[in-house]
Structures are given as structure tokens and as C-alpha cells.
Design a protein around this ligand. Sequence first.
Ligand code: IVH
Length: 791
Amino acid sequence: MTDAQTAAERIAQLRSELDAHNYRYYVLDEPSVPDAEYDRLFRALKALEAEHPELVTPDSPTQRVGGAALSAFGEVRHEIPMLSLGNAFEETDLREFDRRVREGLELPAGDLLGHGGAPVEYSCEPKLDGLAVSLLYERGQLVRGATRGDGSTGEDITANVRTIRNVPLKLHGEGWPAVLEVRGEVYMSKAGFEALNAKAMETGGKTFANPRNAAAGSLRQLDSKITAGRPLEFCCYGIGRVEGAIAPSHTESLQTLKRWGLPISRELKKAQGVEQCLDYYRDIGARRASLAYEIDGVVFKVNDIGQQRELGFRAREPRWAIAHKFPASEELTELLDVEFQVGRTGAVTPVARLKPVQVAGVTVSNATLHNMDEVARLGVMIGDTVIVRRAGDVIPQIMQVVSERRPADARPVQVPTHCPVCGSEVERTQLVKRSKGRESFSAGAVYRCVGRLACQAQLKQAIIHFVSRRAMDIDGLGDKIVEQLVDKGLVASPADLYTLTYDQVFALDGFAEVSSQNLLASIADSRRPTLARFIFALGIPDVGEETAKLLARTLGRLERIARALPEVLTYLPDVGAEVAYEIHNFFEAEHNREVIAALLKNGIELQEEGDLHPEFAAYASLPDLLDKLNIPFVAATGARNLAERFGSLEAIVAADWLDLSALKGLNEKARKSVRDFFADLAKAAHARAIEAQLRDFGMHWESEKKAVEGLPLAGQSWVLTGSLEAMSRDLAKDKLEALGAKVAGSVSARTSGVVAGPGAGSKLAKASELGLKVLDEAQFLALLRGFGVEV
Ligand code: IVH
């Protein structure tokens, strides 16, 4: 056996293993090996093929990467035309279709509704929203892929379809005809589409309006390398040119194709008669939102191939198949106006007022525009014709502007200078991206009404949030009641909820005796919130439930959270600089302090955990602290060098120019910057304040940790019990700590040793029970001396 033969065999084996895994993954939907194992086999094959380029064949799984770019697509004539389907929109359209089928097949008609008589067997499949393609296999090898084009002539997209992962380059098994043309849909899954758009956003590339457009744009690439990077998938739904029939029915044909490695729909089913077709339509319709891909309806086909032949075609549509469409989820309409809404944090956001239009069975007259950046991205003007889309229960969105239809009098969208609700000024804030204390400006801007709780819109939203289930959880205080309370001037801040009287509630619309009492009772019931709920209820921008829980758990007290410096907050896991500034600014603002004070005065009793959590009291280091100070031109390495040379913040603050000049590892610019930074008294004071607060909040210092690490009893926990003669217990504690040990108050399995003097009681008993090392005073003194400690 020559070397090349061995390689050839190994290559063949790897290819068949990879094909088998692909088949299980894409066609059977039962992955057989972890991705890592697949990747390993794939790399092995690539390496072997690189060594033996003469053994590379076009059907190798490595050949899906795309090839040289084309200047144009070639033409492909479809010997059997690629037809389209008739549509049914209403139930009656489908019944009518069934009636025509039965008539054509000369089956008994049944009653007027189509009930009774022999039911026709139909195959049912989802109607995928992608592009129709034809794949030609000769002797089991994929030789050509083509688009539908006008149905008679399409484009040659062989190089592109070869990059689609679930298109077999070679058919599996055996018994396939020498020539087999299959047809199906190339589409992009919802997840693939989202990922593609997310990547495009990041890299500033082109985003697509929907998965269908993304699939079309990806498939019609002259450079198949681009197609290879797009998450396209294929689903086979029919047969084109073939020598002889494959099976007597459509569903059996598809099952056969599946055995040959072609992916078919998991939702393929048979239905006996039109009623079962309607059941299928309703079932898929109900699951539409949770399917991994977009569909625009379902397709019913007379299942028996003989019956299909009998029925034949009319114009360009088969008489034996129909598409039962779901109501369209995208429609054209006109943007009548853009109004501005004020949210809980004062953010002024644009809302589109549309000429009412039916979208997927619902009248849509408003759509979200998110923010002014989105308005700019869409390039939308008032008067424009726009595409609106409604997906599931998501708020309708404007997807695109039909710019050709822009009227001459279209107006630009302008943010009001004053709040539409309270008339306060609208402040424009440049969006600032803060990362690790560094600020970088991004193009975006937010607009905020400065009215805060004096703005009725913000007040209402703030209270709706405050009383909500995951916040203070005040039952029976719905949005409408909040609106009344605010409109009647009874509530001007969340604190006012706790001073409402029976008479005031009773006077509200829709309140009687019992309901008034109930509402007051549930307000009273909310008086003892956990700290986490209370923090969340305050509605600090960017502080969701999780962050609120984290703050409560780690800092333990409202008072600490309220005075925490932003730099200190960033020591909490998952709190970035932006959130830290939001929290700090919130508690700095006088009006927020007043509301909190009023809440506490009006009877809120916080359930605080009190303790600082070890999650917070981790280790801080000087370089870390210097980094957070954000001294210009001093990056992480510079901070480390500074810390190493000076050892403490105090020493750096006190350093003069000579000391700094002697410091290598910091260039002239950085040294000057350090000098200027600490020469600024306010900045030096702020740095000291951060350090002091970290210590106050129980943060250990890295330097302390290092110092302890080298000591003989580092990592050990000791317990002192009973009395000692040679020294006090406090002194004994100091001596143990000087050796690196921690001294604890109680004995546990983790205790390293117990020093027991006369009078020791339960702690000694527990130590013996646990079999711990117990020293009497003499042994303890010997231990200390052994480490060179004077006693
Ligand atoms: S059968 C002769 N089945 O819908 C029958 N078409 O309007 C030809 N489509 O161009 C089509 N899913 O792109 C069929 N399960 C499915 C389908 C499907 C999507 C598309 C296909 C075709 C269009 C017909």
C-alpha cells in the first residue's frame, strides 16, 4: 500500500464520517457528536487535503467555502417549469379548492359544506418565506443549483448553493435515480438573521429588513465566499426532473429524499380531507411565532401522485396544490405624524401615527420609532409611505421608507424644544459611552424632559413602576387609578401613596367601600419591602431587578448604596461605569433624596440585610484604583508601575516631580499628567475618598493579602477559648494574626486549631468532638516561640 492510498482511504473515511454527522444534524435533527468533535474531524480532513491536493474532490465537505467571484450568473433553463401556487386567504377559499379537487377527481361531493363523501388525502407543509431553488443531482452528485427566475429560466447559483451547510453535495444511501432534480426553499432562520444583522450593526455593514431579504441578498452574491459566511438553510418540498417516479405519494417521495440526505420539513403531515387541513393551518398558525423560521402560510398538496396527474395544471399553477396564507405581517401605509411621548426617566421618544392599516389581522395606527437615532437610520419624514411590520405580539415597527413615494411636501421629524406634557425644557444629552471610567462620545443623543416628578407623564410612569408587582407590589393599583390619583392632584410623588385617606380613595371613579378599604390595605401591606424591591421601585435609570438585588445583597444598607461613589460601585460584579454613574447621580439629586426621605417618614420600613457581603469585600489593588481614577495617559501598565514604585495612594499624592521623574515605565506625558492630576486638590481628595470608602465598605487590599500570604499561619482559622495566664486573649489574638491566621469566634470543621485555657467549655467540647487540634497555653506559647514570636 502506497502512502497516497493510505491518505486516500483516510480522506474517504473522514468524509463519510462528516457526511454522516451532517445528515444526523441537519436532516434528522439529532446531532450525534459535539461540535468540537465535528470540528476536529473537519480540521483533520482539511489538513490531509492540503497535503494531497490531488485528492480534493468537489463533493468534499471542505469545499463549501465558496470560490472565485463571478462577473454574472449564467442562465439555466428549467426543463420542467417552476410553477407558482394559487392562494387561499379565507377558510371558504380552501373549501372551494377542495371542492374543485373532488370535482376534478370525480369524487362524490358530500354535503354543501364539503362534509361527507370520500375525503381527499392532502400533504401539509409550512410555506417557508425564502426563495425557490432547484438542485440537480447527477449520479448522486450535486452538479447545479438554480434560482426560479421567471419559472422557465433562472440563474445558475451552483457555487452559492454549495456553501449551504445542509445541502448534500452527494446523495446518501442508494437507489437514487441517475438524474434527480429537487426543489425547495432557501431561507434564513430568525436566529441566523438576528445574528447577521447584529454583526452588520457592529461592523457598520448593511442590515436587512427581514430574513427573506437577507436570504435573497445572500444567495444572489456573485462572490460565493460571501454566501458561505451567511447562515442560509435549505428545505426540500418537491421533485422536478426525474427518471421514473420515486414513490406513489408526495409524502413518501419526501421521506425518500430525506433518506438520501435531503432536508425536508419537520412539520410535514398528512390530512384526510379539508377539515384536517384547517386543523393543520390553525395549529401551525398558533405556533408561528415560536418556529425557528418565518413562514407566510401553509401549502396543501393532493398527496397521491396519480391524482395529481389527473388534475394537472391551469395556466402556471397546479390544480392539486394551494397555499393557505396567513394574514400578511407587513403592509404599506402612510406616516401621518410623529408625536413625542415622555417616559419614566423623562426620555422623550418619537411615536409614529400611521394611516390605519390592517396588518396580520389587526388594525395598526401607531408604531414605535424607538429614538431619534432610529428616525435618522430610517431616514423617515412625515408624509412618507412606509412598510410597517407586526410580528406576534410585538409593538408594530416601521421597517423601511418607500423613498420613491415621498411627496413633495414631506416634513422632517423634529424633536420639540419643550415637553409636550409639562412644558419644561427638553434637554439634549450627547450619549456618552463610559467604559472603565473612560468616556467616549458616540453619535447618538437622548432627549429628556427636565421636569422630573413635576412632569405628569414622568410622575405617572414613575408611580406605575413603583407599585408594580416586582417593585412594591401594591395590588389593585392599576394604571387607570394611578392616572386619576395624579390628575386629581392627590399624588405628587410615590411617598404620597402612603398618606392617602379613605375619603380620597372612595371619591375616585369606580371605588366603593370595600374596594377603597382593600386598596388602602394593600398599600399598607407594602410598607415593609426588602431593600432590593425598594431600590428597584425607585426607578433608577438602568437599574433593573437584578442590579437592585445585587446592590442590596452586597452593600446591605440603603445608606451605603446612596453614598457609594461611582468608582466604588464598579467593584461590584456586573456594574459598569455607566450604571454606576446613574446610581450615584440618582442619589445625589436633591429631589430624589426628598422623595426617599418622605417615603421613610411616611412609614416605609426597609428590610435591610445590613451586612456587607463577601462578594463586595473582595480584594482591591492600588493599580486597580489608579485605573479607575482615569488619569489621562496612564493606562493599566502605567498604573501598575506607579503602584509598584510608590506602594500607596498617599505616597503617590505626596510624590514631587523629582520622585516622579525617577520613575521608569512612565513616559514624560504620563508623569506630567500624574503630577497635574494630584496637584488638583479636588481630585486628590476624591481619590482619597474612594480609598477610604473601599476600606469603610470592608474591601481588603491586595497588598494586605500579599503580606499575609507569606506568613506561616496564612489561610488558617484559630479559636481562643478559656483564659490565658501569660497574656490577655486580645494579645493572643494579635500574635496569631501577626502570623497570618484569622481568629474566629466559633469552632467549625474548618477551624485549624483551638487554644484552650482553663475554664474552656462548649467550644473545647465541640473541638474534641470534631477531632480538631487543641493546644493548652504551654503548647500555644511553644508554637509562638517556634515562629520566633516573643512571649
Ligand atoms: S410547492 C407546484 N411547497 O411558494 C408547486 N412551495 O407560491 C410549487 N414555497 O415558489 C411549490 N414553501 O418558493 C411549495 N412547502 C412548499 C413551499 C413552497 C414555500 C414557495 C416556493 C414557491 C412559492 C409558490
